[in-house]
Write a protein that binds this ligand. Sequence first.
Ligand code: SF4
Length: 399
Amino acid sequence: MFERRQTRRVMVGNVPVGGGSPVSVQSMTTTKTADVDGTLQQIYSLAAAGADIVRCTCNDIEAAEGLARIVPRSPVPIVADIHFQYKLALAALDAGVDCLRLNPGNIRKPDHIRIVASECRDRAVPVRIGVNAGSLDPDIEERFGMTSEAMVESAKRELGYFDEVGFHDVKISVKASDVRLMVGAYRMLADVIDYPLHLGVTEAGPPPAGIMKATAGIATLLNEGIGDTIRYSLTADPLEEARVGRQLLEALGLRERSGLDLIACPSCGRAEVDVIAVARAAQDALSKANLPVQVAIMGCVVNGPGEAKGADLGIAAGRRRGHLFVRGEVVRVVPEAEMVDVLVEWAERIAEVGVEEALTDKDEAAAAEAEADRAALLDVQGDDATNSEAVVELIRNRT
Ligand code: SF4
């Protein structure tokens, strides 16, 4: 992992962005902003799913009025998304939003940009300069084509207008639906400015391909230390955007685990149980409780416990029984039908009292029982499931 790039810090409401703060997750509501109750309901669900900051469109005056009612009741800071009409940016500021997102490609009059920037400066409200490859200034696109350079140029031009009025409370995004274009633009920008960067692959599409595409771009940059806040732009329920954003940051070690981390082996000829079905049943049961525990589902007792010994808790199948292990120590051997229920009980216990305390409840006879199952299986299957050693022997005998 690269060191995080040093950036300025911008406060979006009470959420710090940049300057070494935790990378934040953003998403956007899909409701009409004028529908205050519907939008608030979605904002609450997004916050519960892991969004730190939520953006709402401010596309007409009814939306701006909606924001005036939403902002005071929102559990997270609200960003108003502004396109074309600078007066709606001013209305959103009146509504009390915590940040504006301006697209330089469609609010183009320098005077209008300066008016908005001056208002933001006076009210200490930050702005995201949200450049999109698909909506560049025509003259910039003419000069540079639809390239990473063009996106960087667009962001720099907007920054120039902000500079003129002494406004620097800014974060920037240079999004494209083409991952290479987007990665290139962020890398270039990171070399020339120290404003915090909001990462995203725009119009990534529906999952799972959309998640892959967005992850390819966002994770590549985060692993280079670039990026202070992220958004997955998926054609899906926005809760999915918040969940996967959060999961990515947790997987990269950029945020503490807040929920379940389920590890499952891919299964193979050694599997003693339908790993896919057990993993799904465990995921369903454990997701409901959303416990901050790492759980492993392993198909066999021969390799499973060893391979998953780093997990807080795991289960491996063998001879119609489940071996439950905590940080690699077998704590129970139970009938296969009870595997998932016992797993959930132990996950709850670990979440409540921690691993060390939970281990004091272990069945002292379990390790010996588990070893007997393992030895019996090895006796039947041998310890070379892939038969590689026999093949190596055959090759040697030929030469
Ligand atoms: S844990 Fe066992 S069943 Fe799962 S992939 Fe490894 S060897 Fe195969």
